[in-house]
Write a protein that binds this ligand. Sequence first.
Ligand SMILES: [Fe+2]
Ligand SMILES: [Fe+2]
Length: 168
Amino acid sequence: MNRQLYRFFTKDHRRIEELLELATKNPDEIQMEYYQGFRAGLLTHIKMEEKILFPAAQKANGGVPLPIAAKLRLEHGALTALMVPPPTPSLIKVLRHVLDKHDIAEEEPGGMYDVCSALTQNQTTELLEQLAHVSEVPVHPHHPAAFALEAAKRALTRAGYDFDTVAQ
Ligand SMILES: [Fe+2]
Ligand SMILES: [Fe+2]
């Protein structure tokens, strides 16, 4: 199988994880310049999957949605919602938990990236070209209101996670 798309996305996962590592070396004092880079990186990565990779795979699958895509989309929603409130140690704990599981579901053998690569194997060059031109998602200031955290908790629930349980 053509591994170029697989490598493109997994390399981006490692780059984003590294930014989160740097941002949270001391969980009680988050390094915001790294955290902003992490937010932009994660949101742009999700955009590349939602706007380019997943639709191309679904189209190549005769328009039929891939079974794993629904859960991954709900997790994208939850991860995006977790980028809105200011980061706290419990938010970071939940974020890492969801991100780790999400990245495994995409990277594991037979996971989303394998399925997408196989379905789009005749368009690899074209897709890589489109991916190279995706503009970075601008990050907005954090929203400190309690409802931003409540919205993130609801998005997590829809994706099958309970914030308070994971945060403990
Ligand atoms: Fe994803
Ligand atoms: Fe991904």
